[in-house]
Design a protein. Sequence first.
Length: 323
Amino acid sequence: MDKKDLRIVYMGTPEFAVESLKRLVEGGYQVVGVITMPDKPMGRHGSVLQPSPVKEYAVSQGLKVLQPEKLKDEAFLDELRALKADLQIVVAFRMLPEVVWNMPRLGTFNLHASLLPQYRGAAPINWAVINGDTETGITTFFLKHEIDTGEIIDQVKVPIADTDNVGIVYDRLMLLGGDLVVKTVDAILAGNVKTTPQEELAKVDELRPAPKIFKDTCRIDWTKGVKLVYDFIRGLSPYPAAWTELSQGEASPVMLKIYESAKIFCEHALQPGTVVTDKKTYFRVASTDGYVDILSLQLAGKKRMRVADFLRGYRHTEDTCVR
């Protein structure tokens, strides 16, 4: 079968999923339908509906778009069947019921932003950086019942530098993901796919999960040591951002988001969370084995800024700390 005859249904929502769809469209593959999340209410009263990045791209290319609230809805399933897909591709979408992923004759494959079986879950890139990993990657695999557990089709490994934040790794994997999706489709078309069960690659006691990240997940624990705090900050930068509370005397604590930091290892007698600053060029927070040197931050209600700009409007007191 020629790639122009292969009927593909593509499923995805965020920016990460746009690159792979773009590569398919620009590569001349036949995308007969795009499934994405319903438009999100935005604005103070939710009166403005914001389409997903995938929808915006699909509409710009004249592709058919479906936005089901529920994936088991019979009306949606009828529309999906009518597309007569040979293959479905999922990139950063949502968990599919079997009636959906089992529909195409060639199956449904997913692009996941980790080296499966590591980091199954919603936030694999964040957790790889948070955990200080020096390598991550992308995986294509066929869907089955349990989330992120299907047989692996292909993988690409990517190094993580000590200075990389999640935004840098995200962009790198997004571009490589487009390459791998096209390579996987071509392998399926050629009929030479050889899959590998994840069980053959897994050591159960060494598997790390990648659960969804919530606001409370992002709070910094200054007692964990300089390296762990440093990795935590870059693993959440630029989004959703690690945060702490800046406390001064009896004033109400203020949320402080931290985007960039540096490591200073040394001995000191200060309590974790103690702030040390010259009030002009540096703003450091004590941890158990040194200081986390804050380079870029954002006070609640303010814009993101470099630490020197922050210090120009900041009044330091001896009891200042973060917690």
